[in-house]
Design a protein around this ligand. Sequence first.
Ligand code: GDP
Ligand code: MG
Length: 293
Amino acid sequence: MQAGSPNHNSSASIKQSDNLDLPKSRVAAINTDVNATNHVTDSSHQPAPDDAGAPGLAVSIVVPTYKEADNLLTLVTRIVQAMQPSHDTFEIIIVDDDSQDGTERIVGQLTDAGYPVRLIVRRGRRGLSTAVVEGVQAATGEVLVCMDADLSHPPEAVPQLVAALAEADFVIGSRYVAGGGTDQDWGVFRRLNSLAATLLARPFTSARDPMAGFFALRRETFASAAPLDPVGYKIGLELIVKCRCRRVVEIPIQFADRTAGKSKLNLREQFNYLRHLARLARFRLMDRSSQPG
Ligand SMILES: Nc1nc2c(ncn2[C@@H]2O[C@H](COP(=O)(O)OP(=O)(O)O)[C@@H](O)[C@H]2O)c(=O)[nH]1
Ligand SMILES: [Mg+2]
């Protein structure tokens, strides 16, 4: 297998002999108290001796998954290739809601091959936003990146998002700033739907693409969040509002439509978005009235 080449065969296996230039990841001890019901696969079983007491990883990349087995190999190899030149300490945390589609086997193969991947399996639970929050809580990096598994978000942009945090509280991989975009074949309905959702978020942030699932923030920013209460998909917007992020920067990305697996976005999630906006509006009101002055 050529690292970074598309491979949608979930039964493909990875071997050390695949000639991958693997990162010398310094994966800190995994946090096993994420949740008693979680199943945690640990790739940190052979820490290098000089890792003892390491303060943590530089970057944790959190990926929520539900039935994304066919995308994982390509996703992980592309992330590793993108990160390796600039970061020698990073981890990929996959938070899977018990997909039962081979995800655990594939992540096992990746960890055996030396990739810095951890798997959290949540059993009996579903939800993109709560999965992201659990992944972030288990993360050890000072910088947190969230992205989808379906290759809609280009892994090659992750280092840019991380670098942009030097001047920002929150960085979005954005479809809607100059240089960004979506695939040509988005129909009128899909574009209008996305535009309406974006405009509805305008009272909360002036970001052009605040609903993106591709974003980065510092751990300390996450730690400062008011209690998180997301319903549905828009955990990025929840974090911008609840972490009271003022400096939101957008990095243009080309959003690619998935080629493997299916979208889980449905009408219910769109309804949840409206409920989420109502909750955020209530929060803003209370938060502002509790500010001194
Ligand atoms: N853990 C978890 N991940 C989810 C869930 N729903 C969606 N995802 C993941 O969230 C990301 C975005 O979902 P997707 O279906 O592509 O949504 P879309 O891009 O809006 O069509 C993908 O990586 C999904 O696998 C869920 O209930 N639990
Ligand atoms: Mg998607």
